[in-house]
Design a protein around this ligand. Structure first.
Ligand code: GAL
Length: 952
């Protein structure tokens, strides 16, 4: 069978041994990116191999861009993307794959540039092809390979012609290798990374291994470059000029993610000069901790899949740089390259800008978990050569990056001897890095104990070393390689995790799941997710669980994460004018930061000034006195805000960029008072109370002055978030399902009485769902003082409430509203367990801009801690403070929508004034909201004061 290679356990034939990747050398390189001819067939054998012959006429074939995925080009003409999380989208019968195996025949011709040297050899390099390729040059078969996100090279010098070279690549969507690539992401076939022809001059460099360690006791670095081809190693800034294989020690500045010092150097062989960027650092496991240069790390990480909403896993350099800059600007210090080695240029950026990297091998066999891990490839010797090939291709390619401190064997592949073989091979080749793999709770092959989505309580137990387990594991540091599932609104509970990480030495941090939503730009849906391409098996919007929206706009989750992991802690006692600044960096002192204070009265800054903070070393703190405010103020809420900003431009952000901040309250807000000046009067079916008019029969508010108000009543419902929908597997609790079962989305409001008192209009109701005996006795009491109308709401549970409440407050409709101003927390949304990043102040926005565009519509956009807000002609003061939501559709419409394009503005702006909200948690994958963030049905009383705005 000529196609036997597709279902072959082995990784391929004809490729060169893997070697170190480097961006450039003085040798010539010809990019073969660009427009290629493409023919897609439904099966692997639908077409013969004649297309690879020179002279084949492919003029009528379609054109596609390489690198790229063919299913993301051609508007569906070449097939569609498909998304599954765990399940294989084909029958599990390894190594067999379906007959329906979309196969893309790719063709391009090329001439050698004039200056292409006549001597030496040439190598054809593929940086990434999914999932299996067979390659021909000028009609000669070069070989086949599997291993989608790994490089493969062929020696082709003997086949090249000056002009008219024909490169033919047959790519199969499915192969034996697909069983090893069951990551939670879109299945996207194609030549998705670069294709390059590299000239190899006589005497060119082969593989080389830069060993650059740092001794933090002596301050010296030791460099040794082992090279397949002998040569010299030069590092001018250090005066180094030594032979390859020779070690040299010199005083150096070490590399760290915080201070990424790279020394430019070169490896010169007889025929080639390869640029080197050397970072000196030593990674160790000592005292049960991951240490670099003698210091234990706290990883504040993210899991990064490669993603672009239009080009999928094909990323250009600028997009990669954007990712790195966004990470650095949001205080992220680490990346796990989930779940495969990234484009090699990304690692160059990590070296340059400074990020700790866990480089993960392209290996996941999660779908075998569905069958109790029977036939798992990692426990079947026939697959071991393929596993070793993958390990070697990763390590050899990426071994010269100082940013890579940990190798990861893969993700969710169960356990087995294949993993042990990989670990042994990696340790033999590179003893200077640590090994990670989450899937084996015994940590047989690893240096780090790692889990995903553990609850706060479990993490604390591990931190306290009370978790028991095998002895080897007990001695290891702990990381959460995935936590805080950033799907939809959330994650909630980040700050609670961070407190644990900072409290227990053994806990060395974690990696939020995940960096970016994998939405695909779609003409009708905005962004598509699983199922939107008609897949018969899919996992819906579970593929959209990132801290960035697909267009790389930060979500509120990223803003929250930035605050939670800020490397400087600013706390103190505002009344006492004392601020405590703590340097929470692992390596950097505070010399790059300037501090400034400001003083706010009722959210408005009235004084600012610089704060002089000593250059604290990592871990140090200082207590400083803030100046006495110069101006004396009357009653009002007062506070200090202290910010730490970059003093000068850095590689990743301009001077003035805010790194950390803190607010210190001084005096609390005086609560709004209403002393009744008038009472309710009924006439002509209307009750008048000061500025307000009510329906005399129902007691429903109709207007406040000239502002029409509709539908004001108690509201408990929110459009469930992805986290509300999830199952907290630690507690077995779900929220959205039980809420619906309890009928909270279809409450009835029974009117019991409308009572006109001397100065109060009282409307009594009972709020309860059909079919339930539980309810809330709800009373609305209206009073007024001049133009000010006060509503006091009291609720008293009646019967046993089986569920917590999504929200507790009132909603009302306004005929028009656009601009929104408020004094409260902001500028972004905040929920009880995701509120760290919202700061108290005066904020302005619009109804449209208050919406957070979660790809699957759900509860969003609440502004917390609102003292007062102005919108739609009304000023609303809270007693106590409240959460504000305003949108041009109802909660029911939001709940019913599946994509943002389903939401269309109606005539009414629906405003929710919430006394309290249920927390968010991360039960879409992980724990739900902690008990202290749950909103239980309990007696409550809250009020609002409404005033018509006359000159807004
Ligand atoms: C993990 C897995 C990730 C992703 C995540 C949920 O189990 O490693 O790839 O599926 O869950 O989004």
């Amino acid at each position: 069978m000529t196609n036997a290679y597709i279902e072959d356990f082995s990784p391929g034939h004809g490729t060169l041994a893997p070697r170190a990747w480097h961006p450039a050398s003085n040798a010539k390189a010809l990019s073969l990116n660009g427009s290629w001819r493409l023919r897609v067939s439904p099966t692997a054998d639908a077409e013969d191999e004649s297309f690879a012959e020179p002279g084949f006429e492919a003029g009528h074939w379609a054109e596609v861009t390489v690198p790229g995925h063919w299913v993301l080009q051609g508007d569906g003409a070449f097939g569609r993307p498909a998304y599954t999380n765990v399940r294989y989208p084909f029958p599990v019968d390894p190594p067999r794959v379906p007959t329906e195996n979309p196969t893309g025949d790719h063709l391009r011709t090329f001439d050698l540039p004039e200056e292409w040297p006549a001597d030496g050899g040439a190598v054809l390099r593929f940086d990434g092809v999914e999932s299996c390729a067979r390659v021909w040059l000028n009609g000669t078969g070069l070989g086949e390979f599997q291993g989608s996100r790994l490089p493969h090279e062929f020696a082709v010098g003997h086949l090249l012609k000056r002009t008219g070279n024909v490169l033919a690549v047959r790519v199969h969507q499915w192969s034996a290798g697909s069983y090893l690539e069951d990551q939670d992401q879109w299945w996207l076939p194609g030549i998705f990374r670069e294709v390059t022809l590299l000239h190899r001059p006589p005497g060119s460099a082969g593989d080389f291994f830069v060993h650059a360690s740092y001794d933090h006791r002596s301050g010296e670095g030791t460099l040794r470059v082992d090279s397949e081809v002998d040569g010299r190693v030069r590092v001018p800034a250090l005066g180094i000029d030594v032979a390859t294989g020779e070690a040299v020690t010199a005083p150096v500045r070490p590399w760290s993610a915080e201070l990424p010092v790279l020394y430019e150097g070169e490896l010169a062989t007889a025929g080639e000069r390869v640029p080197l960027r050397i970072g000196f650092r030593t990674v160790e496991l000592t005292d049960g901790l991951i240490k670099v240069n003698g210091t234990a790390l706290l990883l504040k990480g993210v899991n990064r899949h490669e993603w672009h909403p239009e080009t999928g896993r094909t990323l250009d350099l600028e997009t990669m740089r954007q990712d790195v800059l966004l990470m650095k600007r949001h205080n992220v210090n680490a990346v796990r390259t989930s779940h495969y080695p990234p484009h090699p240029a990304f690692l160059d950026l990590c070296d340059e800008y400074g990020l700790w990297v866990i480089d993960e091998c392209d290996l996941e066999t999660h779908g075998f978990g569905e069958q109790g891990w029977r036939d798992n490839p990692v426990d079947d010797d026939r697959w071991t050569p393929a596993l070793l090939d993958r390990a070697a291709r990763m390590v050899e390619r990426d071994k010269n990056h100082p940013s890579v401190i940990i190798w990861s064997l893969g993700n969710e592949a169960g356990t087995g001897r294949g993993l042990t073989a990989m670990a042994e091979w990696i340790r033999g080749r590179d003893s200077a890095r640590l090994l990670h793999y989450e899937g084996d709770p015994n940590c047989r092959d690893t240096d780090v104990y790692s889990q995903m989505y553990a609850s706060h309580a479990q993490v604390e137990q591990i931190g306290r070393r009370l978790d028991g387990g095998p002895r080897r594991r007990r001695e290891l540091p702990f990381i959460l390689c995935e936590y805080a599932h950033a799907m939809g609104n959330g994650p909630g509970g980040l700050a609670d995790y961070q407190r644990l990480f900072e409290s227990y030495e053994r806990l060395q941090g974690g990696f939020v799941w995940e960096w970016i939503d994998h939405g695909i730009r779609h003409p009708e849906l905005g962004y598509a997710y699983g199922g939107d391409f008609g897949e018969e098996l899919h996992d819906g919007n579970f593929v959209c669980d990132g801290l960035l929206f697909p267009d790389r706009q930060p979500s509120p989750g990223l803003i929250e994460y930035k605050k939670v992991i800020e490397p400087v802690r600013i706390e103190g006692d505002g009344a006492d004018r004392t601020v405590r600044v703590t340097n929470r960096h692992d390596f950097a002192d505070l010399s790059a930061l300037a501090f400034e204070w400001s003083y706010q009265v009722d959210g408005e800054t009235i004084e600012t000034g610089p704060l002089s903070v000593p250059v604290l070393l990592p871990g140090e703190s200082a207590e400083l006195k803030l100046p006495a405010p110069e101006r004396v103020h009357g009653p009002g809420e007062t506070q200090w805000t202290v910010r730490a900003v970059l003093t000068a431009d850095t590689a990743w952000a301009p001077a003035g960029h805010e790194v950390a901040w803190g607010q210190l309250p001084v005096a609390a807000l005086p609560l709004p008072l209403v002393r009744p000046t008038a009472g309710p009067v009924a006439a002509d079916g209307v009750i008048a109370l000061g500025p307000a008019a009510f329906d005399a029969r129902t007691g429903a508010l109709r207007s406040i002055g000239a502002v029409a108000v509709s539908g004001l009543r108690l509201d408990l419902w929110r459009a469930p978030t992805d986290n509300d929908e999830g199952l907290d597997w630690h507690t077995g609790i779900r929220h959205a399902g039980p809420w619906r079962d309890a009928g909270l989305h279809r409450l009835r409001h029974r009117l019991d009485s409308v009572e006109l008192g001397e100065d109060t209009l009282t409307v009594r109701t009972r709020v309860a769902p059909a079919a339930a005996e539980f309810g809330l006795a709800t009373e609305y009491r209206w009073t007024c003082e001049g133009e000010r109308l006060r509503l006091a709401v009291s609720v008293r549970p009646d019967g046993e409430w089986p569920v917590p409440l999504p929200r507790l407050g009132v909603r009302l409709g306004l005929a028009s509203a656009d601009a929104v101003r408020w004094f409260g927390a902001g500028p972004g949304e905040a929920y009880p367990d995701s509120s760290t990043a919202a700061r108290l102040g005066r904020h302005e926005s619009t109804v449209d801009a208050l919406q957070t565009p979660y790809l699957r519509p759900q509860e969003n956009g609440a502004r917390a801690g609102v003292r007062w807000a102005e919108l739609g002609g009304l000023r609303i003061e809270g007693d106590p403070e409240f959460s504000l939501t305003a949108r041009r559709w109802t909660t029911e419409q939001l709940d019913a929508a599946t994509h943002l394009t389903d939401l269309t503005a109606g005539d009414t702006v629906w405003v929710n004034l919430d006394h309290a909200l249920h927390g968010i948690g991360t039960a879409s994958c992980g724990p739900g909201p902690l008990p202290q963030y749950q909103l239980l049905a309990e007696a409550a009383e809250f009020s609002f004061v409404f005033t018509e705005l006359h000159n807004s």
